[in-house]
Design a binder for this molecule. Structure first.
Ligand code: ADP
Ligand code: MG
Length: 483
């Protein structure tokens, strides 16, 4: 592979479809919802009965503007809908309403990780369009079942410039887009369920050549990993053709999940002529600066800003910051807790360690986590004050508080006798017993084998049930041994 990329430049452009999470559809008041009983959200508009007219959904437009702003796009002040004509059983109108001439957003970019550097990937445009229904093949009756619930639900399509140059960059761009979609809450970004879908346009050209090579388009991949596998497979396939002096056929190909290979579906010559034209049923839409400003004011701090903020202002390392910035809910939880306690690194450790494992095990999420930030801050304070160790706090106090989160951390720790005893007399008694049981070791220590201190420490901690304060214990053992 490395060898191939010394001879050819890889050029990839992505077309990414994002399902929007509005209440209703793009041009009808039917519910926009996944997994309902088939054909229940199907008004005459969705089914394209004669005489029905579309009515644009304001929330779809504001969601699209929001995504455009988050991706640094220019928002159009004038936008229109067009018809893209093709026939398909799950497209009842015989055309798809989309945007061709005057899309809602133009330009824009995202910065993504590429090796150890950042790379800016530009967008050509973002436009709004409606989704089709869903066909499923019914082996029992050898027919096709049609579910029109999804017909007319809103999508945005994001089209990048052809300037992605590795599978890694493509994956990082998709990851960033998915994160933003979730942060700004315009969709759920779930690739497995098809709410985020990606077509990849892939070509090779001789290294350094200005002219782009012939591209193939790989349709509808349902995971980031598959997009990357398809790109890598095309690098092998196209370079073999070019090495043999052959040309790459410009065509649409499908990706086979099992073999990891792509196969030809239709060539450009057989491609549809969509005969785009302005939709006569929908008036152009004017978008005011006020509206854009108002939407701008609802944008939260975006993932890349959160990532930088966590490193610069909360002293987290990149690894920790990336985990916490991964979702808005997780970073919100971090920020709220860090308003109450300034032990930021500890807050991060708690979230990344015991909290995330508990949430994973219980299949829960941070929004529903029983321990609210104030209570976590209390637990952290107890550990900071050496009242109990991190390990006792995470393995015993945390589970107890999860069961009873109304109690204070201190009360529960006391009730369960988890507090490290600072009671010196008790501790001294334990130490004296330990030393009395090992007279030779104590003698050896006095004669200079200072390394034995750790062994005494271990014994004392064991006898105290882990509750002795390690610092105090250490000091007392040394004092008593020296006597
Ligand atoms: P179409 O309308 O035929 O799909 P577009 O110009 O809209 O063509 O491009 C679709 C996608 O293909 C864009 O993401 C673009 O960046 C990408 N693309 C265009 N030319 C190439 C090429 N030679 N190699 C790789 N990607 C390309
Ligand atoms: Mg295309």
């Amino acid at each position: 592979m490395k060898n191939i990329l010394e001879r050819y430049d890889l050029v990839v452009g992505l077309e990414i479809h994002v399902q929007l999470n509005t209440e209703s559809k793009l041009f009808a008041s039917d519910k926009n919802s996944f997994g309902d009983v088939p054909n229940t959200n199907v008004s005459p508009i969705t089914l394209a009965h004669p005489g029905t007219l579309p009515k644009p959904n304001r929330s779809v437009i504001s969601h699209a503007i929001k995504m455009g702003l988050a991706c640094n796009c220019d928002i159009a002040s004038y936008t229109t809908f067009d018809r893209k004509n093709y026939f398909y059983p799950d497209l009842p109108k015989g055309y798809q309403t989309t945007q061709d001439q005057y899309p809602i957003c133009r330009g824009g970019y995202l910065d993504v990780k590429s090796g150890n550097d950042k790379k800016r990937i530009k967008f050509n445009r973002i436009h709004i369009e409606e989704d089709a229904g869903k066909s499923s093949h019914d082996p029992e009756h050898e027919g096709t079942l049609l579910d029109y619930n999804r017909a007319g639900t809103p999508l945005i399509e994001m089209v990048t410039e052809p300037e992605i140059s590795s599978a890694e960059e493509a994956g990082n761009l998709l990851t960033e887009i998915r994160k933003i979609v979730r942060y700004i809450n315009v969709g759920d970004g779930n690739m497995e369920q098809g709410s985020l879908r990606c077509d990849a346009n892939i070509s090779l050209k001789p290294v350094g050549s200005k002219q782009l090579g012939k591209r193939v388009e790989i349709k509808n991949m349902n995971s980031i990993r598959n997009v990357q596998r398809a790109i890598n497979h095309e690098i092998e396939r196209q370079s073999a053709l070019l090495d043999d002096g052959k040309t790459v056929l410009q065509e649409t190909r499908g990706f086979n999940d099992e073999t990891g290979e792509t196969t030809g579906q239709r060539s450009k010559e057989e491609a549809n002529d969509y005969r785009y034209f302005p939709c006569p049923d929908l008036l152009p839409i004017a978008i005011s600066k006020d509206w854009i400003d108002q939407i701008q004011s609802t944008l939260p701090k975006l993932p890349h800003k959160v990532l930088a903020d966590l490193q610069e202002n909360y002293q987290l390392n990149l690894y920790d910051a990336e985990i916490i910035a991964d979702s808005k809910e997780l970073s919100d939880y971090f920020y709220t807790t860090s308003k109450i306690t300034s032990h930021y690194k500890r807050v991060a450790n708690w979230i990344i360690g015991p909290i995330k494992s508990y949430l994973n095990e219980s299949n829960s999420s941070i929004e529903n986590f029983e321990i609210k930030p104030t209570l976590l801050a209390e637990i952290i304070d107890l550990v900071v004050q050496d009242k109990l160790s991190f390990s006792i706090a995470s393995t015993r106090l945390l589970p107890a508080l999860i069961k009873d989160p109304k109690q204070s951390a201190l009360d529960v720790a006391q009730k369960l006798q988890l507090l490290q005893s600072d009671n010196q007399n008790e501790l001294i008694k334990i130490i004296e017993e330990v030393i009395a049981n090992m007279p030779e070791k104590a003698e050896a220590y006095k004669n200079g084998k200072k390394g034995l201190l750790g062994m005494f420490m271990g014994e004392v901690m064991k006898r105290s049930g882990g509750k002795a304060n390690p610092k105090t214990a250490n000091k007392l053992i040394a004092e008593i041994l020296e006597k």
